[in-house]
Design a protein around this ligand. Sequence first.
Ligand code: LLP
Length: 408
Amino acid sequence: MFLSNDTIFELEKEYGTPLYVYSEAILRERCREMKNLLPSKNLRVNYSAKANTNLELLKIIRDEGLDVDAMSPGEIYIEQLAGFDSKQIFFISNNVSAEEMRYAIDRNILISVDSLSQLEMYGQINPGGKVAVRFNPGKGAGHHEKVITAGEKTKFGVQKELIPQVKAIVEKYNLTLEGINQHIGSLFLDWQDYIEGVCSFLEIAKEFPNISFLDIGGGFGVPYKPGESRLDLEKLGKELDIVLTRFLEGYPNKEIEFKIEPGRYIVAECGVLLGSINSVKKSYDTTYIGTDIGFNVLARPVMYDSYHEVKIVKRNNKMNKNHTRVIATIVGNICESGDILAHQREIPVAEVGDIITVFNAGAYGYVMSSNYNCRLRPAEVLIDLNGEARLIRKRDTLESLVQNFISL
Ligand code: LLP
C-alpha cells in the first residue's frame, strides 16, 4: 500500500471522499514490466485505455513509451490530448457508425473492424484504405462471463470460417489489410489460457501472409484476493516467445510486429479508492457498514460480483488496544439493495468517521462511475514520484450535474 494512514487522512481533509488516488511509481513500474515481456521480439505495448482514461495517467503511460488502443472517438480525442500521435493509436471498433469510422480515418488512425458488415461499411467510405480485422479465435477466457470476448457466445470478432469472405471484401474495395487482432477476454492469471488463445490466433494469421502486425490482445490479470498468486509474467513471456518463434519460422514477413493490449495490468494496482464510513448498523443478523462508495463510484462488485480487498483506517487509533473483528457487509449510499461493495467481510470494528480504502481500484473504477441517484462522480489525485499529491480530476459539482439541460 503506497499511502500511510496519516496521508489518507490528509487526502480526505483536502479533497473529500470518495476519492480515487493513484501512485505514479506503481503505474510506471507496470508499464515497464509489460514492455519487457518479450525482449527478443518486435513488440509494441498498446495500453487499453478503456481501463482508465485520466489525462494525466495517459501522459505518464505515453512517457513510458507505450501506445494506446481506443474504443471510441471519445477515447481517441482524449488520447490525442495526452499527446499520442495517429500512429500510436489503434481504434479497435465495435459496431460503430460510418461517422465514427470517418472520425478515425480523418485523423489517419488505423481501425480494426469486427464483422463482415463493418468491413463492407469501411470499404464503402474509405476504398483503397488501410484496415485491420478482429478475429475470434474460438475460445475465450476471463473472470466473468460478461468479459469473455472470444468463443461461440460473444458478439466480438470474425470467426475463422469467414476468412475467404474477409479476403473478398478486402479485394473488392482495394483495401490493405495491415494487421489482424484478437482479445480473448479480461483477467486471466493462468498464462496457459493466453497461450492457447494465441496459438489459435496464429493459425488464422497464417492465412494472411502479407500483413504487418499481429495484435494478440490483453487480459493480463492482477490478484484481487489476498493470497492469490500473481500472473507469472516471466513464464508467460518465455512461452509466448517459443510460440511466436515457431510461428515466424514458417511466416514470410520476419519483421512482423506483435502488439499486446493490457488495460487492467497497467493501471489496476496503482489505484486505491478512499471512502468514508457514514453509518454502522445491525439489521436482523447482518452488520452493515454504510459508506459513500456506492456502485455509482465503483461498479465492479455489483456488475461482476468482483472482489476488492478493503481496509478500515481508524480515525481514533484505538485499534492497537482493541483487536476485535467482526463480520460485516459493506454497502454504499445508492437506493438499491444490490449496492454492496463487499459481502460478509471480516474487518476490525468500524465506527462512523473511519475511512475505508478499496484496493486495486485503478482499472475499470472511475471510468465506469456514473451520476446515478444524482451522485457526484469522485475526484482523482495523483501521488507523484516525489510523494506529492496533485489533483488530476475535480469532483463533479451540482452545477456540472445539470449543465446539459436545455433550459434551467
Ligand atoms: N483489448 C480489447 C479489445 C478489450 O476489449 C479489452 C477489454 C482490453 C484489450 C483490455 O483488457 P484488460 O487487459 O484490461 O483485461 N469492466 C471489466 C473489464 C472489461 C474489459 C473490456 N475489454 C472489469 O471491470 O473487469
